[in-house]
Design a protein around this ligand. Structure first.
Ligand code: ADE
Ligand code: ZN
Length: 348
């Protein structure tokens, strides 16, 4: 890891709280929670017979995937061990500790509110936990953090609308709730068009909007996300297949949240030399680098910068530009953005 990359002030815009749980922490949580989850009768849920205690090695094995669906199943296995406000406080605090250690000064973090609802849990308890973790983390590590409430696309638009309502409710308690997004399984089965009303209501109520798109589906999914009013595109891996889309991304400077290791480890991208990151950068797309689920992909933001340099030959100055993009594309107020951008520019 180069000293430049380590010390460079960075922001991370595509980071899932649940995907940041390190093996040691998940092993610890698996000892806390072995009882079956209450069965809500939801069609996506099967009655569980109880959960095994996991060793750290077993968690490491859980964090290896054959494909994208395999990854999503592991993500679900993590969320099953996250139950109390204390659990959520712990994982938030530990995530912020790791951000500080890599000079990540600001993060916009997805929390899978859709999954909490689906388990039949009260989100207010979870929110109490993540806010407590954020408060301690900001005080101890000086990391700034905003929440993006994530809905699961294969649970459909009604469930996604509940996530919007939850975001609006929680934002009344804390200005750290900034936005709404969709992720989850199969962009084809849950195409963006289904969520038009949901995005319209989010926008009208002042939420900032993102969407996972072009990760496991083609460029049409990215068009769909743009047409919904998504202000940033999560992944956008397959956008290069459509010239007009590329022109629109460049012309409108729509930020794309690139997640290299994630795309490789889920198999969404077959090999690093097939990843379009450098092409996007060279033609003027506003790219940012992100981990997606750092613990689950055994990476960190500084490793992602290192990987970009190693695989694509980005110079230090080009990486500085990407770090600039990460603050520029954030949902921070203008004056805060400027403060961070000054730090990136002054850094040597
Ligand atoms: N949830 C966590 N990471 C995700 C990803 N990369 N795509 C879709 N849903 C996710
Ligand atoms: Zn993601």
């Amino acid at each position: 890891m180069s000293d430049f990359i380590h010390r460079l002030p960075k922001a991370e815009l595509h980071l899932h709280l649940e995907g940041s749980v390190e093996p040691a922490t998940l092993a610890e949580l698996s000892r806390r929670h072995t009882t079956p989850l209450p069965f809500s009768g939801n069609k996506y849920e099967q009655a569980s017979e109880g959960l095994p205690v996991l060793s750290e090695d077993e968690v490491r094995a859980l964090y290896q995937y054959k494909d994208f669906l395999g990854f999503l199943m592991a993500f679900k296995a993590v969320t099953e061990r996250l139950r109390t406000a204390d659990d959520y406080e712990l994982i938030t605090y530990r995530m912020m500790e790791r951000l500080r250690a890599q000079n990540v000064l600001h993060a916009e973090v997805y929390v899978s509110v859709g999954v909490v609802h689906w388990r039949g849990q009260e989100f207010s308890e979870v929110f109490r936990g993540i806010e407590a973790g954020r408060g301690h983390g900001e005080k101890d590590f000086g990391v700034s953090l905003l929440w993006i409430f994530d809905a699961v696309r294969h649970f459909g638009p009604d469930a996604a609308q509940r996530v919007v309502e939850e975001a609006v409710r929680c934002r009344e308690q804390s200005a750290s709730v900034i936005g709404f997004g969709i992720g989850g399984d199969d962009e084809r089965r849950g195409p963006p068009e289904l969520f038009r009303e949901v995005y319209r209501s989010g926008r009208e109520r002042g939420l900032r909007l993102t969407a996972h798109a072009g990760e496991a589906a083609g460029p049409e999914s990215v068009w769909g996300a743009i047409n919904l009013g998504a202000e940033r595109i999560g992944h956008g891996l397959n956008a290069w297949q459509d010239r007009e889309l590329m022109a629109a991304l460049v012309e409108r400077q729509i930020p794309v949240e690139i997640c290299l290791s994630s795309n490789l480890r889920t198999g969404c991208c077959a090999a690093a030399n097939k990843h379009p990151l450098k092409t996007y950068f060279d033609v003027g797309v506003m790219v940012t680098l992100n981990t997606d689920d750092p613990a689950m992909f055994e990476t960190s933001l500084e490793q992602e910068y290192g990987l970009a340099q190693k695989e694509f030959g980005f110079s230090d100055e080009q990486l500085r530009e990407i770090a600039r993009n990460s603050f520029e594309a954030s949902f921070l107020p203008a004056e805060k953005k400027l403060q961070f951008l000054d730090m990136v520019d002054a850094f040597s």
